[in-house]
Structures are given as structure tokens and as C-alpha cells.
Design a protein around this ligand. Structure first.
Ligand SMILES: [Zn+2]
Length: 274
């Protein structure tokens, strides 16, 4: 097979679309799933290389394409929607809780269709799972026969996922991790990075990482009140500080919800609740 089409398992293929995405990644992995209802494409990537999908589809023998399912509405996942719609005119399925994230050039497309867990039986061999946290409307797909989980941005190969407000929510994300872990998937296919061969253990490490981060933040706040920016400077290397600060905000939000910390009058300085 060509570089545009990689067979991952029986009836599942991957096309990696080079595009602008979060560092350290340079691709969004899009997946093709063969279902009794027709072929399903998951995510489109963004930019010029969306055309890789057309080449891949050709290599698959151009079977009936049933739908494109977007794991969520971040640009690096849905940016190819206009090209895909123009070429195939198939439903562009998205959980509309993410609709606010669509940029105007995409929002105007007539092909959008709202899906969620209520459409779980849309395909007989694929379960749609509402998996919010990275965004509110994130959809993951589970293939029970092969134990494959298509994890969108909830699990990323080689590094941890990004949870930043206002669309990301740490507590929700941690609940989603529990849910994903309960699937006992054999293989998780992330939208970025390498295939995850031991999802159960991987999710345990992800969860541990978040709780360690929370503990680290409690620890520095125990010494003195600090802003998210100051905490980020203590915890993240310089190159990751901008995103790091947003990650810290999601952890502060978690601690605020538990009333473990309070914010000063200026809304910037977090302190441990007395
Ligand atoms: Zn994303």
C-alpha cells in the first residue's frame, strides 16, 4: 500500500494528513472503517494535503462512502470538510456541542449533521461514544469485535493530551478517561502520534500524570499565592509555557471546583483555601 493508506487492522485503514497541528505533531491521522452500512471516514485533517484522502479512497476501490465523522471541531480535524463535501456530498457528522468551534467557512457547509451517543447504533459494528473533556462534543469510536478505540485527541501517541479552557474541562476529561478505560480496548488509534498498544495501562499513566500535576500545583501554592503564569514558569520548559499556562488554568479550575483553592480579588492569584 502507498504512504496514503496504511492498513491498521481488518477493515480499518489510516491516512496521515500532513497539516498544521499542535506541536510536536505534523499530521492528523484520519481513519477509514469498513462497516456493513458502507465506508466511514473519521476526521479530514486540514490544508492542501487533504487530497491524500481522495487518493486513499481511490486505492480502497471507491466503495460506498456512508459518512464522515468528526471526532471534534478543532481545525486540524475538520478543516478538510469543505473539500470533502464538495467531492463526496456525504453527511458531515459532528456532535453539535462543538459547533461553536467551527470557523465560518466551514459552518456554512450544508452537509453538517448532529450526532452523539444517541446515534450509537448508526453503524452495526461501530459504537459512537460521547467522550468530552478535550472539547465538549468529542466523539470517540469503538469497534467491539477488534477492540479498537479511535480516540481523537483524548489519547495522543507519545505524549499527554491537551486540556485547556474554555472548551476543555479537566474533571470531565478524567471521567472520560474512566469511561474509555472501561472499554478494555486492545488498541487505541490516536489522531496524532503513534498507535497505543496497551490503552489500559496508557490511560492509567495519563490519569496519574494529571493527579501528579494537581499535587505539584497544590505544593507550590502551599508556599505562596501564585498566578497561572507564575506556576507555568515553575513547571514547564520555556518552549511549552504558553500552552502550559493554559493547562495550569484547567488544573486551577479543578481545584477551585473542589474549593481547595480560592482566587484573589484580581482573579489571578490562586491561594490554598484556609
Ligand atoms: Zn483537538
Amino acid at each position: 500500500m502507498s504512504q496514503m493508506l496504511e492498513r491498521v487492522a481488518e477493515g480499518v485503514w489510516k491516512t496521515s494528513v500532513p497539516c498544521a497541528t499542535l506541536p510536536p505533531y505534523h499530521h492528523t491521522h484520519c481513519y477509514w472503517i469498513d462497516t456493513p452500512q458502507g465506508l466511514v471516514l473519521v476526521d479530514t485533517g486540514d490544508g492542501d494535503y487533504v487530497r491524500y484522502l481522495f487518493q486513499a479512497y481511490h486505492e480502497l476501490g471507491e466503495p460506498r462512502l456512508k459518512a464522515v465523522i468528526m471526532t471534534h471541531a478543532h481545525r486540524d480535524h475538520v478543516g478538510g470538510a469543505a473539500l470533502v463535501w464538495e467531492k463526496w456530498h456525504v453527511p458531515l457528522c459532528l456532535d453539535f456541542k462543538d459547533q461553536d468551534l467551527l470557523e465560518r467557512d466551514l459552518l456554512i457547509l450544508p452537509g453538517w449533521r448532529n450526532i452523539g451517543e444517541e446515534n450509537a447504533d448508526m453503524f452495526s459494528c461501530v459504537e459512537l461514544i460521547s467522550a468530552p473533556g478535550h472539547t465538549e462534543g468529542q466523539i470517540n469510536l469503538f469497534l467491539p469485535t477488534s477492540g479498537i478505540l479511535i480516540a481523537g485527541d483524548n489519547l495522543l501517541g507519545n505524549t499527554t493530551s491537551v486540556i485547556t479552557p474554555p472548551h476543555g474541562h479537566l474533571r470531565t476529561y478524567l471521567k472520560t478517561l474512566d469511561r474509555l478505560q472501561s472499554l478494555n480496548a486492545r488498541l487505541a488509534l490516536p489522531a496524532h502520534g503513534d498507535v497505543i498498544t496497551d490503552p489500559t495501562r496508557y490511560i492509567t499513566l495519563y490519569r496519574r500524570h494529571r493527579f501528579e500535576r494537581l499535587a505539584q500545583i497544590r505544593d507550590v501554592l502551599n508556599r505562596k499565592p501564585l498566578s497561572a503564569n507564575e506556576i507555568a514558569k515553575m513547571i514547564y520548559p520555556e518552549a511549552q509555557r504558553a500552552i502550559g499556562e493554559r493547562m495550569i488554568i484547567s488544573h486551577l479550575q479543578y481545584l477551585l471546583e473542589d474549593k481547595e483553592i480560592t482566587l484573589g480579588d484580581d482573579n489571578r492569584y490562586a491561594r490554598i483555601s484556609s
